[in-house]
Design a protein around this ligand. Structure first.
Ligand SMILES: Cc1cc2nc3c(=O)[nH]c(=O)nc-3n(C[C@H](O)[C@H](O)[C@H](O)COP(=O)(O)OP(=O)(O)OC[C@H]3O[C@@H](n4cnc5c(N)ncnc54)[C@H](O)[C@@H]3O)c2cc1C
Ligand SMILES: NC(=O)c1ccc[n+]([C@@H]2O[C@H](COP(=O)([O-])OP(=O)(O)OC[C@H]3O[C@@H](n4cnc5c(N)ncnc54)[C@H](OP(=O)(O)O)[C@@H]3O)[C@@H](O)[C@H]2O)c1
Ligand SMILES: Cc1cc2nc3c(=O)[nH]c(=O)nc-3n(C[C@H](O)[C@H](O)[C@H](O)COP(=O)(O)O)c2cc1C
Length: 679
């Protein structure tokens, strides 16, 4: 029986009899318990809600399937004769993957290593690490938002920031994961590297900087190629440097497992999709019915979807500016193709079990499961494989030429790197394409499952206001589809999944979602004027903002200027939500400025419009202390717009460029300048 099912009325009768026979002390005890319960469920939660929300919007999805009760990494190191510990600060798994690779490679240099999640460790034990001979702590740390650490590195970050501990004797190195298109490039890694030195620790090798906008894999392998010799030098190790390929997980086939114990796509809890229970979050998504899925483009060959997700009954709440996160599944054709290329029995039930028994991560994804489920729900099969995957695949080539080709691309030689760039990255080849084109390569499916990264949820800026649509979340998603240099068509995982979720018949399609809170917010006082810049799908959160401003106006509130800069290619094709926006203009709530980049010979962008409107911009920002928002492409548009804003502030505010930059930074800290950008 389900443990949560109330056990008939007899329970109530027994309880009532017991109640009648109680004395004063019983009531006092019950009172204390009741107060404790109220504190635990309400006040404690309240405190959590009051905690500052970080400025980035990616929830960690490296869901550990089992949590170790022992948080002493020192004990584990000592018990297993290891001297290297690699910590990771990761939201979407890259830093964790890099940490795993470094820990695994340690063995080549007589440094047996382990990977550790700082959130699960007693990090104060770093002070004891020096007691282990030739010990080293490496930190692979990603940066998010306005230079923030990831959730799992936050406590460690705060500890080293606020504490004044003596780290002398600690040997360390840092590798940062970031993206140059963001303003605070690799800020966390740079800070931690400097701070550990300030606290007296001993930097064994200079910090590496990975740029996800260029080729973070290249940055990483280039860095570690110099890092290992420096480590050997430092500790006087005569490293053989010989490659040792080792499996991290062992395969266990489980034909006899009861069908109801097999994971079928749940993110963490078994049966969580059939037996939906709040609270819903990254580990327990809500299966939201799709009520509307309609095309917004009127031509031009691309597709942009307006989707309405029903969250009634989920107890999930949102505000305009938050993100909806969606767990997609992979395309069935590709899943079957990959199975075929690996000669896999797709419905075999199996588990992958970590050979490192000290690791808190017992399985790479929920197990036991089938290969079909793993490839469909748990693994990123269309991601561009990193070099360590090619190195492992090479071992399964029966043709020596194929083996050599894969090995070369995985090497750090200039020719190898060039080939990897051209044949893998530029050609956008995923694992299926590689196995199709390197014909003699036949890896076992369980090893492929070990190597591929975990499928990540995709984030969408919510394009509605909860004031108008409390039980509906709208998203605006542009379909990712492109032809690769090999003539293949690559389809985006989540957007293709959504595209196929057509709303027909009585039963609406459902998709697993959760809400991620953000700090992208309208000012509390509606009379404060706002400027919003959102070309293309960058319009999404502003649709919610405008709905909200109209709602407040309808309630009789005074609403300040609401200026929107929107840009698209052609007025007749991809001017999304045109009719709605024009209605808002007519009602007087919106001042709409549009740039149609391809409707005339010369490109016109939102940035050009801003330049022309310098008086209006300065009046709103400089004179009336309004708010400025930007959403959409991080790589070009957001950078251009920011630069133009600096120019306007400098010119109209009579400031030097440096002062204008400072002015903008101050606006940022006052939450008067906010960006919701992605690349
Ligand atoms: C905070 C945040 C908010 C977001 N809000 C929105 C939103 O409101 N609307 C929206 O549409 N998207 C939004 N995104 C992007 C969204 O999360 C997904 O990344 C996007 O929908 C693609 O997902 P996918 O699974 O379909 O594609 P994937 O399977 O993830 O494929 C995308 C990848 O394909 C590659 N790629 C794409 N186009 C090309 C090309 N032409 N040539 C070569 N390679 C290419 C790139 O590597 C890209 O990362 C947001 C992202 C973030 C982080
Ligand atoms: N990672 C992903 O898979 C993914 C998925 C979806 C979107 N995105 C990102 O999100 C962005 C928005 O996508 P979208 O399809 O909605 O928009 P889009 O239609 O590609 O672009 C919207 C408008 O912005 C213009 N533009 C281009 N460069 C600009 C710049 N530097 N400054 C100002 N305007 C500029 C475009 O002009 P022209 O095109 O005529 O130059 C177009 O008119 C994309 O640029 C992309 O980077 C990424
Ligand atoms: C929404 C978002 C915000 C980001 N903000 C920053 C940033 O401020 N600075 C930076 O250097 N990189 C930033 N990045 C890039 C990530 O740090 C980078 O992609 C990294 O490889 C992610 O590592 P992870 O997969 O381990 O989380 C951001 C990425 C996203 C998606």
């Amino acid at each position: 029986m389900d443990n949560n099912t109330p056990n008939s009325s007899s329970d109530a009768e027994v309880a009532s009899e017991a109640f009648m026979g109680m004395g004063t002390l019983d009531f006092i005890i019950i009172g204390v318990i009741a107060l404790g319960t109220v504190w635990y469920f309400f006040l404690r939660k309240q405190k959590k809600e009051d905690e500052p929300i970080r400025t980035y919007s990616i929830q960690p999805t490296t869901v550990t399937t089992a949590v170790s009760s022992d948080n002493s990494f020192i004990k584990k190191l000592k018990a297993s004769g290891r001297s290297l510990v690699v910590f990771y600060g990761s939201q979407t798994g890259t830093a964790e993957e890099f940490a795993g690779r470094l820990a695994k490679e340690g063995i080549r240099y007589q440094m047996k290593g382990m990977v550790a999640d700082p959130e699960e460790c007693d990090m104060e034990e770093l002070l004891q690490l020096k007691n282990i001979e030739k010990s080293l702590a490496v930190f692979c740390l990603a940066t998010y938002g306005e230079g923030d650490p990831t959730d799992n590195a936050m406590e460690f970050y705060e500890w080293i920031t606020n504490g004044d501990v003596d780290m002398s004797g600690l040997n360390y190195a840092v590798f940062g994961l970031g993206n140059k298109t963001y303003e605070h490039y690799n800020k966390v890694a740079i800070y931690v590297d400097k701070r550990l030195e300030e606290l007296g620790a001993n930097r064994v090798f200079e910090a590496g900087m990975g740029d996800d906008d260029a080729n973070i894999e290249d940055d990483f392998i280039t860095w570690k190629d110099r890092f290992w010799p420096a480590v050997c030098d430092h500790f006087g190790i005569e490293g053989s440097g010989e490659e040792v390929l080792m499996r991290q997980y062992r395969l266990l086939e489980q034909p006899d497992v009861q069908p109801d114990r097999i994971y079928k796509g749940e993110i963490a809890r078994l049966h969580s999709m059939q037996n939906q229970r709040p609270p819903f979050d990254a580990k327990n998504p809500f299966l939201a019915p799709i009520r509307v899925n309609k095309e917004l483009h009127k031509g031009g060959g691309r597709s942009c979807m307006h989707i309405e997700l029903d969250i009634e009954g989920s107890k999930m709440r949102y505000d305009a500016g938050d993100h909806a996160a969606l767990y997609p599944i992979n395309d069935t054709y590709l899943v079957n193709k990959l199975g075929e290329l690996c000669n896999a029995e797709m419905d075999t039930v199996f588990s992958l079990i970590n050979t490192d028994t000290d690791s808190s991560k017992k399985h790479p994804f929920p197990c036991p499961t089938t290969y079909r489920t793993a490839l469909t729900h748990y693994l990123e099969i269309t991601a561009i494989p990193r070099t360590h995957i090619l190195k492992e695949l090479a071992e399964y080539c029966s043709d020596d030429k194929d083996k050599e080709f894969l090995r070369e691309m995985a090497s750090i030689t200039p020719e190898g790197k060039k080939k990897y760039q051209k044949w893998i990255q530029d050609a956008c080849r995923n694992i299926v394409h590689i196995l199709e084109d390197v014909k003699s390569c036949k890896p076992p499916i369980d090893h492929v499952c070990e190597l591929l990264p975990r499928l990540q949820p995709r984030y969408y800026s919510i394009s509605s206001s909860a004031k108008l649509h409390p039980t509906n979340v709208h998203i605006t998603a542009v379909l990712v589809q492109y032809e690769t240099p090999t003539g293949r068509i690559n389809n985006g995982v989540a957007t293709t999944y959504l595209k196929n979720k057509t709303v027909e018949g009585e039963e609406p399609p459902r998709v697993p979602v959760f809400i991620r809170k953000s700090q992208f917010r309208l000012p509390n006082k509606p009379e404060i004027p706002v400027i919003m810049v959102g070309p293309g799908t960058g319009l999404a959160p502003f649709r919610g903002f405008i709905q909200e401003r109209q709602f407040l106006r309808d309630e009789g509130k005074t609403v300040g200027d609401t200026v929107l800069y929107f840009g698209c290619r052609k007025r007749s094709q991809d001017f999304i939500y045109q009719e709605e926006l024009e209605k808002y203009v007519q009602s007087g709530v919106l001042n709409l400025k549009t740039a149609f980049s391809r409707d005339q010979a010369e490109k016109e962008y939102v940035s050009h419009l801003l330049e022309k409107d310098e008086d209006l911009i300065w009046d709103i920002l400089g004179e009336r202390k309004g708010h400025f928002y930007i959403c959409g492409d991080a790589k070009n548009m957001a950078v251009d717009v920011r630069n133009i804003l600096v120019r306007i502030i400098s010119k109209k505010g009579n400031m030097s460029e440096t002062d204008a930059q400072q002015y903008l930074k101050k606006m940022e800290t006052q939450k008067r300048y906010s960006a919701d950008v992605w690349s």
